[in-house]
Design a binder for this molecule. Structure first.
Ligand code: ADP
Length: 156
């Protein structure tokens, strides 16, 4: 059976930290679906279309990686895509506490789906999408934190 992982997130924007997690996971899975969760009550800073285009640009020569968006429960989205793994990244204990709750809830919903956590390389530890958005909103340059940042288009 193929090992398919869903890497869910808001990816608003997809940072070098997320990129690092995907690169590490490539050796573990046959396919990785980078899955942008769309929350109808929460607006994003970067448009969904540009976030998709941006992530695709980072992995365009890699047939293992695809990008999708979804609105359902993550576990339901996994089932539709025959994915038995959820991939998440960990930076610190704060991430750990939060991620543990989500993974245990997901496990209660769908015991056949396992969450796999990868710890980012230390140089990407400080990267955080919400801080990067604040920098961008205030006119700062985010190129050191986001590869191909020029592809992103804001919704404002
Ligand atoms: P969410 O809105 O679901 O928290 P994010 O887009 O912020 O989505 O993050 C998606 C996943 O990537 C989460 O597991 C998060 O902990 C992880 N992540 C975010 N930034 C980094 C980073 N710099 N290094 C490693 N993992 C990260």
């Amino acid at each position: 059976m193929k090992k398919i992982a869903v890497f869910p997130g808001s990816f608003d924007p997809f940072t070098k930290g997320h990129e690092n997690v995907v690169h590490k996971a490539m050796n573990l899975f046959d396919e990785i679906i980078i899955s942008i969760g769309v929350n109808s009550t929460k607006s994003s800073y970067y448009s969904l279309e540009s976030r998709k285009k941006h992530i695709l640009s980072l992995f365009e020569n890699n047939p293992k990686i695809s990008v999708q968006s979804y609105q359902s429960l993550t576990t339901e989205f996994c089932k539709v895509n025959q994915a038995n793994y959820i991939l998440r990244g960990l930076r610190d204990v704060k991430d750990f506490e939060y991620e543990r709750s989500i993974s245990q809830m997901n496990h209660a919903l769908s015991p056949e789906i396992e969450t796999v956590f990868l710890i980012t390389d230390p140089i990407f530890n400080h990267l955080n999408s919400s801080i990067i958005r604040e920098i961008a909103k205030n006119g700062g340059v985010i190129d050191n934190f986001v590869t191909n940042a020029q592809i992103l288009v804001t919704t404002l």
